[in-house]
Design a protein around this ligand. Sequence first.
Ligand SMILES: Cc1cc2nc3c(=O)[nH]c(=O)nc-3n(C[C@H](O)[C@H](O)[C@H](O)COP(=O)(O)O)c2cc1C
Length: 273
Amino acid sequence: MAGKSESVTRTITVAFLVCLVCAIVVATAAVSLRPVQEKNKTLDRQINILQAAGLYQPGMDVKAAFETIDRRFVSIETGEMVEKPDSYDQRKAAKDPAENIVLDVDEDVASIKRQAKVAEVYLARNEDGSLSKIILPIHGYGLWSTLYGFIALEPDANTVAGLGFYEHAETPGLGGEVDNPKWKAQWPGKKLYDEQGDVAINVIKGTVDPAAPDAEHKVDGLAGATLTTKGVDNLVRFWVGENGFEPFLDRVRKGDLAAQSTTTDSAVALAAQ
Ligand SMILES: Cc1cc2nc3c(=O)[nH]c(=O)nc-3n(C[C@H](O)[C@H](O)[C@H](O)COP(=O)(O)O)c2cc1C
């Protein structure tokens, strides 16, 4: 009898020790891999930014390429540059009542409910230091998911240089065609604003007639994915509109950010305007 209860105790002890050892191994692996995960996350984001701007080539030294890109912070309301620590996370700020703006239903074209008061922008430079691309984070709801991506603009703050999404859960082959290089290839050269300065970019249902007078503002929709198409149209229009980056882009267009934003000092000069 004593032998039986002793063997039960031993079994429980051994099981406990096995669990403990496994827990320690898993916890150690999770903690020690965190820096690698963070590094890969940063690298992935940098690749996405370079891709949106058309500056990415497979096999390139991403870290070196990114050294020509300044990360800056912009007040959504005023379009002015503001200071934030490197650790600033726009997606986290959008959830923090102290750091976000809650959108009215009629303003919330991208179906995001709230947005951070301060957005990040990336300014890519040419070798001579002049501004080459303005890269803006964008997001909004499609059919099944919120799509997160970047839109890159030429220094005129009107001509699109590229667009890409790095996170979404739209259906592969339908809404997921937002990742199709052929579809993305339509974006470079499109104009965001018309001659009056109003937002004119549109992702339409169907195919753009290249002979139409407003073809420079139009992008083909995704076949069989009207709802994702509408979502992308809404989110792009929201982020280049008055509740998005329009105040910042207005400053770029009216002023001379091209000259000013080429170095850290010059970006600070813009903030002082
Ligand atoms: C399984 C399944 C997945 C779908 N995924 C998408 C999607 O990712 N994006 C989308 O816009 N429509 C998707 N649809 C289609 C929509 O339900 C809807 O029919 C479509 O957006 C209408 O587009 P159309 O007018 O071009 O046919 C999906 C439909 C099914 C049955």
